[in-house]
Design a protein around this ligand. Structure first.
Ligand code: DX5
Ligand code: ZN
Length: 222
């Protein structure tokens, strides 16, 4: 499966976000990963749907909105109208996760469900067949530039097997501490959508950074 690169604008310069989004799009990124933090589910506050709406004309890439918020159900329509293509919410933050997925689909977007490093796959097992993507957090959400948690590849691999056995079409996204080195590990484990913030926006050559993270295609024999 071809790897998709999703630069996280959390590590971009917020004073010139349009340029920053354009830059990674021109450098070949398929997705733009947009981290929405509400100051409650995670301590920081980042941006809301009006910013996404302003950015939309600057890129044809897929807008991959990662909601790190309480009450995700209150934010679906506004982000969909702003131009989100995929909306991912945290299973830990949703009281009625299945309904949130229906709501995302109803708003015309693809649905993703995210789980934190401390959350078991069992929390989302029943949701896999309904979502287009599962996001395995490889750091605790809230900040860019954190260290990749080394035990997460096992979880990615377990999810990969669950998806194979269920014979469903579901992407595996990883987020946190992804760089050219950890990329190899997560892709071998089965991830196909790779989020990277600091490793892309902090690099002197963005295009090279994206290609280094993309790496060579890996074939799975399981
Ligand atoms: C963390 C965010 C990530 C973050 C990743 O809460 O969800 O998307 O931007 O940043 P890096 O790639 O620097 O770990
Ligand atoms: Zn994210």
């Amino acid at each position: 499966m071809a790897t998709i690169i999703a630069p996280s604008i959390l590590s971009a310069n917020f004073a010139c976000l349009a340029d920053e989004v354009k830059k990674v799009t021109d450098a070949g990124a398929e997705y733009i990963h947009i981290d929405v933090m509400d100051g409650t589910y995670v301590p920081n506050i980042t941006l809301g749907s009006p910013v996404v709406k302003c950015l939309r004309p600057y890129s044809k890439a897929v807008f991959d909105v990662h909601l790190m918020t309480e009450h995700p159900e209150t934010h679906i329509e506004s982000f969909a109208e702003a131009g989100a293509d995929i909306i991912t919410f945290h299973a830990e933050a949703a009281k009625h996760a299945h309904r949130v997925i229906q709501q995302i689909h109803g708003a015309g977007c693809k649905a993703g469900v995210a789980i934190n490093p401390g959350t078991s796959l069992s929390m989302i097992e029943e949701l896999i067949e309904y979502v287009e993507m599962v996001l395995i957090m490889t750091v605790n959400p809230g900040f860019g530039g954190q260290k990749f948690i080394e035990s997460m590849p096992d979880k990615i691999h377990m999810l990969y097997h669950m998806i194979q056995e269920m014979e469903v079409d579901c992407d595996i996204e990883v987020d946190g501490g992804i760089n050219a080195e950890t990329s190899v590990i997560v892709r071998e484990a089965g991830a196909n959508v790779l989020v990277a913030g600091s490793a892309i926006y902090g690099a002197p050559d963005i295009k090279k950074a994206i290609e280094d993270i993309r790496g060579k295609e890996i074939s799975h024999h399981h």
